[in-house]
Design a binder for this molecule. Structure first.
Ligand SMILES: CC(C)(COP(=O)(O)OP(=O)(O)OC[C@H]1O[C@@H](n2cnc3c(N)ncnc32)[C@H](O)[C@@H]1OP(=O)(O)O)[C@@H](O)C(=O)NCCC(=O)NCCSC(=O)c1cc(O)c2ccccc2c1O
Length: 140
């Protein structure tokens, strides 16, 4: 099951060349992941970070920029969970503007407990992530 979020490219997202500056994509990506945890997994960043003193830092990012984005473009970030490990999970996010592919991201996040050490996914969160698993692992 995919999770999607739309962002409109604003003036402040763009560089003097008139295209989106790449760190702004990563902020949108993080906003997508944050919304995915809150809305799809019912496990907000406030609960993770403030209430439980845990975290989900990104350990790995693999990114391809396929076409530039410009002011007023409406970008759709579509996130899929493609792997769930003991303490990590892999997300794949496609960024499109209409039919055009703008960026693809493969991201590994790691559940961390106190002291930012890796820890096994809490059982309920693993189940919630599993409900969103797509691809080969979901079929097995
Ligand atoms: C991330 C670490 C805490 C991992 O610690 P360590 O390297 O000791 O991990 P292990 O070897 O024990 O492996 C545990 C687990 O992780 C997988 N893994 C580890 N490294 C990688 C990697 N480079 N690529 C892919 N996978 C990796 C490993 O396979 C194991 O998986 P299992 O499923 O088998 O258990 C540590 O490396 C660390 O602290 N790194 C620095 C993290 C960091 O600074 N990231 C950038 C800034 S943080 C950030 O951007 C961010 C912060 C948040 O709070 C977020 C919250 C929510 C969403 C996103 C956030 C976010 O992006």
């Amino acid at each position: 099951m995919s999770f999607s979020r739309d962002f409109t490219v604003q003036f402040g997202h763009c560089d003097p060349a008139g295209i989106i500056f790449f760190p702004r994509y990563f902020e949108m990506l993080n906003a997508t992941v944050e919304a995915f945890f809150a809305e799809a997994l019912n496990y907000s960043f406030t609960r993770i970070h403030i209430d439980e003193g845990c975290g989900v830092p990104t350990a790995h990012l693999d990114v391809d920029f396929r076409a530039p984005s410009r002011l007023a473009d409406i970008l759709t970030f579509t996130l899929n969970v493609v792997r769930i490990g003991g303490s990590s999970a892999s997300f794949e996010t496609r960024v499109t503007c209409g039919e055009e592919l703008r960026m693809t991201v493969r991201q590994v996040i790691v559940w961390t407990g106190p002291g930012l050490r890796p820890a096994r996914w809490p059982a309920g969160l693993a189940v919630a992530l599993g409900a969103h698993l797509t691809g080969e692992e979901a079929a097995t």
